[in-house]
Design a protein around this ligand. Structure first.
Ligand SMILES: Nc1ncnc2c1ncn2[C@@H]1O[C@H](COP(=O)(O)OP(=O)(O)OP(=O)(O)O)[C@@H](O)[C@H]1O
Ligand SMILES: [Mg+2]
Length: 244
């Protein structure tokens, strides 16, 4: 069912002052595969995915995408490589409209000279409405400010953005924190759809039930190291509890 390796990282390390947050972590993720990344607070999960999404730089190690070595220096680099990241709460800008959030950094222009020109607002509004409807989010208007939306609706905007730009890999770092049961179910259902669309993902959660419901592989981290890497069918919540 899984395909070619999409992303491979080898021996990634990162220290903050005296803290070794990530110690030589290696991981491969295939197309059509969603990996659940689990581990205790401070295990290094966010550090690992922040390096893949360009929020932080590794001190050492390599990242390859489709077999090619890549450098991810900033979030825009990750996006250009097809990696979109959805954070617990800060992947959208509250003071901007839904439509602007969808296109931030990648706004279509009505016309341009040497890449400069006015934003194509009507196209942004129309495409935003379609992209939101696509992920089952029905908002009053794409002109609403994101700051006025619920946590689940904000996650919906971030998900719509990933789908609109056809990201190959979607990283979700505890996307369901602070969400209602209903909103959480929507995010889990979204994670479950990734496989059938040729996409891959990394889903970080402290809720092992959510991980077992939506992921194909579980990767466990402890003290900056990867200590478990198994298909969900080959492990259990009990085993993961014992290891982590
Ligand atoms: N910006 C930073 N500055 C200093 N130390 C940091 C920074 N980010 C992370 N750390 C440290 O690195 C270690 C790993 O943190 P990380 O955020 O990756 O853990 P995590 O597995 O995501 O935990 P949680 O489940 O609580 O989100 C921790 O000891 C943390 O204190
Ligand atoms: Mg974290």
């Amino acid at each position: 069912m899984s395909g070619q390796i999409f992303l491979q990282c080898d021996a990634l390390s990162k220290s903050y002052g005296g803290v070794d947050a990530l110690k030589s972590a290696s991981l491969a993720i295939r197309e059509n595969e969603v990996v659940g990344l689990v581990g205790d607070n401070g295990a290094g999960k966010s550090t690992l995915i922040n390096i893949l999404s360009g929020k932080q730089q590794a001190d050492a190690g390599t990242i390859r995408i489709g077999g090619q070595a890549v450098r991810i220096r900033k979030p825009a680099d990750a996006r250009a490589l097809g990696i979109e990241t959805i954070y617990q709460d800060n992947s959208t800008v509250p003071t901007m409209s839904v439509a602007r959030n969808l296109f931030v950094g990648r706004e279509p222009l009505a016309w341009s000279i040497l890449g400069l020109g006015p934003l194509d607002s009507s196209r942004m509004a129309a495409d935003a409405a379609a992209a939101l409807a696509e992920v089952g989010l029905h908002l009053r208007s794409p002109d609403a400010l994101v700051g006025e939306l619920s946590g689940g609706q904000r996650q919906g905007v971030a998900i719509a953005r990933a789908m609109y730009f056809r990201s190959k890999m979607i990283i979700l770092d505890e996307p369901t924190n602070h969400l209602s049961v209903k909103e959480t179910d929507k995010v889990i259902a979204f994670v479950q759809t990734l496989r059938g669309q040729g996409k891959c993902g990394i889903f970080i959660s402290h809720n092992l039930h959510h991980v077992f419901e939506s992921c194909h592989r579980v990767v466990g981290m402890a003290r900056g190291e990867i200590v478990l890497d198994k298909p969900v069918d080959a492990t259990s919540i009990e085993e993961i509890h014992d290891i982590l």
